[in-house]
Write a protein that binds this ligand. Structure first.
Ligand SMILES: Cc1cc2nc3c(=O)[nH]c(=O)nc-3n(C[C@H](O)[C@H](O)[C@H](O)COP(=O)(O)OP(=O)(O)OC[C@H]3O[C@@H](n4cnc5c(N)ncnc54)[C@H](O)[C@@H]3O)c2cc1C
Length: 587
């Protein structure tokens, strides 16, 4: 029986809301006094934002950068001079010493203006080398990283390899030299953010230790002999973002530049995983919120200047719903951000699982918002900002935002893959071995939180749904764990797992939205009851759809048809007149 919470970041003092939800219990006590940013901290963030916005507008023309794919060469230096490359680093090392939420706000502001600039900042400030400082013990590695940080150099993380990031194995190898003083790194990395401007990168590599192989993290100077940026990537969006492929040929790295961590059997080292989980709130969550807020503003601008059949566009039912959905989703993303970045100090709760869930919740919400706003704008949505400027209509960069938002569903992990991993590592972590609270999962739901919640009737109904839905979710997981004593057999059925993770995510964000709304009360200018109602009504539709997909997952026809196509056995006649190569690029 599973007696202990298995979330590695869990402690009794800082419970995990999402882990409890996975186990069938909606902990209203944790979310009903919803965390908010302290006013003094907000002011500190405002000051940094003012200085940052000035720099951004002076130095970066986002339209020009998008058209040419070139950022101003002096930009990294200007960012470092303002301390923006060290947002959370203490002032003693030249940093701004900002809180996590203010760091998020700076990245969000950057994304709202220039996504490649936001990406440079978020990589640097969350998964570059400086962010590892708090985890490094005293010694030569810490001294070196501290010195690099103080001198204001850029850095990045090289983990993805040409063979695919989803592989458990890392094909880059680190072989100890005979005298044990160093390692020789050999291999390739791709899509390493900031690589072309980095003085140092942290890189995963496989080390043979006794009879086993283990992934370790190495801090590598980019001027080391044998290190090369072998290609520069260009993307659908992010034009100008310095992203590179790396080649390592017998790169000698002093032994002390390997981060010493305990035994583990993961694709990523424990500390890199922790940095990535928090980092994605910034690299993915902050741009997601920025694009969603922009769309909210753009939607009002467009709707208020349009008449159809002599009626204001905003008077049509479907348009009002379009705008209300975006409004409620901006509120939901803000809510999730506050929870992910403030709950640890203020509740206190451990938001580690929620930070993982935030990757998909934020990027998929932003994608819905941008896509919906593009539909609202009609042809003007699909038209580029330059074309609009030429003919004198407001040059809203919706087409650019659309390209940027799509990438957020891929970088840091493809969305459906994140759902699969979340099912393995978080949801069913609570069910293998079978949980000790099986009886509680099977008992009637405890609806006493409805008496405490400060919610309208409509929102009380949503809360009732969330509490009972949490039970249904947990009962389904329990039933699956009993039906499949061997978890690997269950994990083979990915189409069954993906909707389950999505249901967990939806229940999470519904609950947080209701918790925050309850803490703001039912009346007065602060009340957000309508936004919560709109958000939860849509979330319930998505949950109903996910349950249908979960129940329809068993499809032998799909695996038969895919197998026949992939092996070349059948269906060639479905490509009768295709021209062969899809692109002449590179010829
Ligand atoms: C803009 C951008 C910035 C990036 N920045 C960085 C960076 O700074 N550092 C870095 O290291 N990487 C970076 N990446 C890489 C990114 O994290 C990976 O592209 C992403 O994790 C997907 O990995 P992959 O492209 O190697 O696809 P793969 O892992 O090869 O996967 C290919 C496809 O197979 C699917 N798949 C894989 N395994 C399974 C399975 N078991 N079941 C079902 N489907 C499966 C995947 O979901 C995907 O659809 C960046 C990528 C982008 C686009």
């Amino acid at each position: 029986m599973n007696e202990r919470p298995l979330n590695p970041w869990y402690s009794d003092e800082t419970p995990s809301f999402l882990e409890h939800l996975y186990r069938g219990e909606l902990r209203w006590d944790l979310i009903s006094r919803f965390p908010r940013q302290d006013p003094a901290d907000r002011e500190a963030g405002d000051r940094a934002l003012t200085a940052f916005s000035d720099l951004l507008r002076e130095r970066v023309d986002p339209v020009e950068v998008d058209a040419t794919g070139v950022l101003p060469p002096e930009l990294p230096e200007a960012l470092a001079a303002g301390g923006f490359d060290r947002l959370q680093v203490p002032p003693s090392l030249g940093g701004l010493g900002l809180s996590a939420l203010n760091t998020f706000r700076v990245v969000e502001a950057a994304a709202g203006w220039s996504m490649p600039t936001a990406q440079i900042l978020s990589v640097q400030n969350t998964i570059g080398v400086g962010p590892f400082l708090p985890a490094l013990p005293p010694g030569p590695l810490r001294d070196t990283v501290e010195a690099r940080t103080r001198s204001g150099v850029f850095s990045g993380n090289g983990d993805t390899e040409p063979q695919g990031a989803a592989n458990h194995k890392r094909f880059t190898t680190a072989t100890p030299t005979e005298d044990g003083a160093a390692f020789l790194l050999n291999g390739e990395k791709v899509f390493t953010g900031n690589a072309p401007i980095a003085a140092m990168v942290n890189v995963t590599a496989t080390v043979r230790e006794g009879d086993s192989e283990r992934v370790r993290l190495f801090f590598v100077d980019t001027d080391s002999p044998g290190f090369r940026v072998s290609a520069h990537h260009e993307f659908m969006g992010l034009k100008g973002f310095p992203s590179g492929a790396l080649t390592f040929e017998d790169v000698r790295v002093p032994a002390h530049m390997m981060m010493v961590e305990g035994e583990h059997n993961r694709r990523l080292t424990p500390e890199l995983y922790r940095r990535l989980v928090v980092g994605r709130v910034h690299t993915i969550g902050a741009p997601s919120l920025a694009f969603s807020r922009l769309c909210l503003e753009w939607a009002r601008d467009f709707v208020n200047r349009r008449q159809i059949d002599e009626r204001p566009l905003g008077s049509y039912d479907e348009i009002q719903r379009n705008v209300a959905d975006t409004l409620s989703e901006v509120f939901a993303l803000e809510t999730l951000t506050q929870w992910c970045l403030l709950a640890e100090d203020q509740v206190p709760a451990n938001p580690g699982f929620e930070q993982v869930a935030a990757k998909n919740l934020t990027s998929l919400t932003a994608w819905r918002v941008v896509e919906r706003t593009m539909a609202l704008y009609g042809a003007e949505g699909y038209e580029t900002e330059r074309s609009k400027a030429r003919r004198g209509v407001p040059p809203v960069p919706l087409e650019r935002a659309f390209r940027e938002a799509r990438g957020l569903r891929i970088s840091g992990g493809v969305d459906f893959m994140m759902d699969i991993w979340m099912a393995h590592k978080a949801v069913f972590w609570c069910y293998y071995p079978l949980p000790a609270n099986a009886e509680a999962i099977e008992a009637e739901p405890d609806l006493s939180c409805l008496d405490e919640a400060d919610l309208t009737e409509a929102n009380l109904d949503h809360l009732r749904f969330a509490v009972t839905g949490t039970k249904t979710f947990a009962r389904t997981c329990l039933e699956l764990a009993r039906r499949y004593p061997d978890q690997d057999e269950l994990f083979e059925q990915e189409r069954l797992l993906i909707p389950l993770t999505q249901i967990g995510n939806e229940l999470l964000l519904m609950s947080l939205v209701l918790g925050r709304t309850s803490s703001l009360g039912t009346s007065g200018p602060q009340s957000t009851q309508d936004l919560a109602d709109v958000y939860c009504a849509q979330a319930r539709l998505r949950i109903a759809d996910a349950w249908r997909r979960h129940h329809a997952a068993d499809s032998p026809a799909a695996s038969r048809a895919a197998g026949q196509w992939l092996s070349g056995e059948r269906w060639a006649d479905l490509l009768p007149d295709m021209p062969g190569d899809a692109s002449p690029a590179g010829k």
